[in-house]
Design a binder for this molecule. Structure first.
Ligand code: NAD
Ligand code: GLY
Length: 363
């Protein structure tokens, strides 16, 4: 088992990474008594596949365990589901402080974390991510949120878990497209911070997609380490550092919004295209060498195909872009690569350049 520590003073915690490590939970969680209610937020699919194993592991820890199933998909990050979940928690844990466990992908993690942050003005929670994306990104760093019709992740908090446990065995049942989504985020870490990781990925993408244990553990460990270091410096996303985790997400999110989150493309595909487009902008601005740009393109395309869809309109992407949380007073801000392993935040990218790049990549 590998461990990454995320050092945030009193909010510090460990990220544990390994295969079959869920069995170690009893020695890792510190509960005051066996009367502490354990409230596990999950969905039917994950519960059916892996809930039995988790329940068996948790039984010696608590006399009171509830698996609370919420709908699958982004729909779970909504006010109605949030309220239902909080009320179920209140009824289950009457008069005592419960412990919340997020058991699922990023959707479950964001929802359960937000429930834990608000209930009784904050109760402890841990993240047990079951998608690759959640293991390397969403379970770490304490961003918790739900969506409203107007915008995604707009109602939320920063609320750190007590622990993140990444058990690689859960990834065995993950659909390949979800695995690719996670891999896109891992490529992102290589581009923003770690050339060695990027080079490792160039050589080992196939192995990772086949769930080779050693390669997978290595890239998850590296990714968690990179995110941990960034969050340690800029926990609340106010110092222009955490924002670099958004590389590829600026145009990526705009594409998803323009398509109305229609599922015609995956989040990973949108971010992958966003990374290619941000690199193309950097190339046109002469910020990056064409060799590095080609390497980015080639690795991204090994994992995620181009988006070619008739259902997307340039004006919708541009309109969605203007809602980006990084943009300040209407001035755009992009994370652009200078070389593999280093990115920079750049403002005031000419609209004509953004249009050209979007049209070249997807329309
Ligand atoms: P997800 O949670 O929707 O999971 C994807 C699908 O995989 C779901 O259908 C789920 O039921 C299924 N699944 C999960 N684990 C499985 C397993 N082991 N076997 C089989 N099926 C499994 O998607 P995601 O990509 O994990 O997360 C996306 C969410 O994460 C978005 O809401 C996004 O906003 C959020 N996010 C948050 C942060 C953050 O910092 N908080 C960062 C990135 C993304
Ligand atoms: N996923 C972006 C962040 O955690 O800041």
């Amino acid at each position: 088992m590998k461990t990454v520590k995320i050092d945030l003073g009193p909010r510090s915690y460990n990220i544990y990474i390994g295969k079959g490590i869920v069995g170690k939970l009893p020695s890792l969680i510190k509960l005051e008594t066996r009367d502490t209610p354990l409230f596990i937020v999950t969905n039917r699919r994950i519960n059916t596949l892996h809930g039995g194993k988790l329940k068996k592991v948790l039984m010696p820890l608590s006399k009171k365990i509830l698996f609370c199933e919420v709908p699958d998909s982004e729909k779970a990050k909504s006010f109605p589901v949030y309220i239902r979940t909080v009320r179920r928690l209140a009824r289950f844990a009457r008069k005592t402080q419960p412990y919340v466990i997020a058991f699922g992908g990023g959707v479950i993690g964001d929802l359960a974390g937000f429930v834990a942050s608000a209930y009784r003005r904050g109760v402890p929670y841990i993240q047990i991510p079951t998608t690759l994306l959640a293991e390397v990104d969403s379970a770490i760093g304490g961003k918790v949120a739900i969506d409203i019709k107007e915008a995604k992740n707009i109602v939320g908090d920063f609320y750190q878990p007590k622990m993140v446990l990444c058990d690689l065995q859960f990834l065995k049942t993950l659909p390949k497209k979800e695995l690719r989504n996670g891999l896109v985020e891992i490529i992102k870490y290589g581009i923003i911070k770690d050339k060695e990781l990027f080079t490792f990925l160039e050589k080992n993408v196939k192995k990772i997609l086949k769930l080779d244990n050693k390669a997978l553990e290595h890239v998850i460990f590296k990714s968690c380490g990179i995110k941990a270091k960034i969050v340690e410096v800029d926990e609340l996303d106010t110092k222009d550092l955490r924002a670099i985790l958004n590389f590829g997400h600026t145009i990526g999110h705009a594409i998803e919004t323009a398509l109305g989150y229609s599922r015609s493309i995956t989040h990973g595909q949108a971010v992958a295209s966003g990374m290619v487009m941000a690199s193309a902008i950097a190339l046109k601005l002469k910020m990056i060498k064409s060799g590095d740009c080609k390497k980015i393109y080639s690795l991204v395309r090994k994992v995620s195909p181009e988006i070619k869809t008739r259902h997307i309109k340039l004006k919708d992407i541009l309109s969605a872009l203007s809602y980006d949380k990084k943009f300040i007073y209407g001035v755009n801000r992009f994370i652009l690569p200078e070389k593999i392993g280093r990115v920079k935040i750049v403002s005031k990218i000419p609209r004509a350049l953004i249009k050209t790049v979007i049209m070249g990549e997807i329309i």
